[in-house]
Design a protein around this ligand. Structure first.
Ligand code: PSU
Ligand code: MN
Length: 307
């Protein structure tokens, strides 16, 4: 009764996967719900270019008309970036979009699931979802955290978005056995800012040591994902003191408008974009590119026979 899932790939992704060459998965919610057109398309194409320039192959993940794609060509990315009524898919509704022939963008959780099914073990994004501020009342905790606890994919992010409750997000990750590794510094980064005021649980300084850590985790068996928290480059950073003002204002507006559920993260990102006059978007794009570069290097280190 259960037929295996067909995953559509591009020739480039297919060739790389079958030869064991480095591949980096990319999410699509950041394209459809995280940034406005046409900057979202430019970002998606630039991120792919950065990964190729590092000698790895990008695989943007999305569900299009009920078919799962791991790897999109330029025309498909452009179409998705402008599409209306795209679902925002997490673990709960990923299969629904496949079964109902819908088009959906994958969040961190659904992208991890798809990457794992496709045999891709490294994934680059901006920031993960986490425990929202006010979660004690709203119960709003992203499914990204449970996915990190169960699916063995390395997620390269700029930390958790500062719109979240970062201390509670770190607690939830620890409970789920997810290593959180700051890259090249002790501090836990906070997406638009290099520092969150918290120390990251772990630190590593090279793609090779991250690959060695991952190989060691595999030896223990039954491991889930790992979160790499890669600070935004100094020249693109917006200081936490400035961001915190905008975040507080955006959270207050969300509360006043009773924004709930899946709409919360896209709403806050949109508000912050307006409050910073577009500066937050510039920083968001810069940090995604920076994460893509590191992800490609980790994928290369994992693919190298020395590991
Ligand atoms: N990071 C970004 N932009 C985004 C997201 C993350 O820079 O749009 C998306 C990711 O897809 C992440 C999702 O999985 O937001 C989290 O949504 P929620 O809080 O509803 O779980
Ligand atoms: Mn949520």
């Amino acid at each position: 009764m259960t037929a295996p899932l067909t995953i559509e790939t591009t020739p480039e992704v297919k060739a790389a996967l079958s030869a064991g060459r480095p591949v980096v998965a990319l999410e699509s919610t950041i394209i459809t719900h995280g940034m406005p057109w046409p900057g979202n398309r430019d970002m998606a194409l630039e991120v792919e270019a950065v990964i190729r320039s590092e000698g790895a192959v990008p695989a943007t993940i999305a569900v299009i008309d009920g078919r799962l794609h791991a790897g999109l060509d330029e025309a498909a990315i452009t179409a998705l970036a402008q599409a209306k009524d795209v679902m925002k898919l997490s673990r709960a509704d990923f299969a629904y979009a496949l079964a109902e022939g819908r088009t959906g963008a994958t969040t961190v959780a659904a992208t991890m699931m798809a990457a794992h099914l496709a045999g891709i073990s490294v994934f680059a994004t901006g920031g993960i979802g986490g425990v929202h501020q006010g979660a004690a009342e709203s119960f709003d905790i992203s499914a990204d955290l449970d996915e990190l606890g169960r699916t063995p994919v390395i997620v390269v992010s700029a930390g958790a978005k500062a719109i979240l409750d970062i201390p509670k997000t770190l607690e939830a990750l620890e409970t789920r056995g997810v290593p959180v590794v700051a890259y090249g510094q002790d501090a836990m980064p906070a997406f638009w800012s290099r520092e969150s005021g918290l120390k990251a649980p772990l630190r590593l300084d090279t793609p090779q040591t991250i690959a060695r850590f991952e190989a060691t985790r595999r030896m223990l068996g039954g491991h889930g994902g790992m979160l790499i928290a890669n600070p935004v480059p100094v020249e693109d950073e917006i200081a936490a003191s400035e961001m915190n003002r905008h975040i507080a204002a955006a959270l207050a507006t969300a509360k006043a408008k009773s924004i709930e559920g899946k709409a919360v993260t896209p709403f806050l990102l949109g508000e912050i974009l307006n409050l910073t006059d577009g500066a937050s978007l510039k920083t968001n794009i810069a940090l995604v590119l920076n994460n893509a570069r590191l992800a490609a290097r980790i994928a290369a280190a994992l693919a190298s026979p020395a590991i």
